[in-house]
Design a protein around this ligand. Sequence first.
Ligand SMILES: [Zn+2]
Ligand SMILES: [Zn+2]
Length: 246
Amino acid sequence: MDLTFLGTGAGNYRGGHRQPSSVLLDRILLDCGAGATGRLHDAGLFDRVDAVVLTHLHTDHLAGLFDFLLHTIIQQRKRPLSILTPPGLSPILKAMNEVRATVIDPAEMYPLRIIEAPRPEATVGPWTIQSLPLDHTVYNVGYLLTSDSVRVFYTGDTREPSAAEGLRTDLLIHEATFADRYADRAHEFGHSTASQAGRVAARMGARRLFVTHLASLPDTESEVLREVRAAFPDSEVAEDRGHYSL
Ligand SMILES: [Zn+2]
Ligand SMILES: [Zn+2]
């Protein structure tokens, strides 16, 4: 399994150190924040993507989709593309096509399969993708990706208590927008702290945890790293362009 973090920032990102959220798991793009397409090109991975999987429609997880679709047209894509999304994406894509935002409707170029449902699910290559609603300020689903040998859970944005705790996973990719001292703010805005993410990893029986979606706030990075490892030692704070072969 190859994991490439394209963007590991939250909506309040500043500059290119942590762009908004997007991570490529093998051929599956989990969320598509602004800048994801450029990062995919930089890594030579743009043409690898078979599915874009959206947790929710906040712009820090969605805005890169429009650029991504434009580049599928520029690259003259012929292979099918699946998009998994909670309800709400279709009217946005329809409005974009009405103003020819990507010049050509991608669905006229290649088979575009949009799986839009409260709990979207699909099979992509060796991966079975299932979803579970998690608590955020808008409807957000976390995704469980299962292959023959491993289970991966990706949260998108969520606050505690996490409905994912009832599941088991080998690898957890969990948001940790805030250090623990911002716990009240995390709860107010539907996010998690570092320690909360670590505790969820322990309850899910994870072997390894990556935290992502860090806010651009003073001292957040060092605090999140210290706090998440105190709660769950086998933790990493994901960095933009971070690549792991697991
Ligand atoms: Zn977000
Ligand atoms: Zn959000």
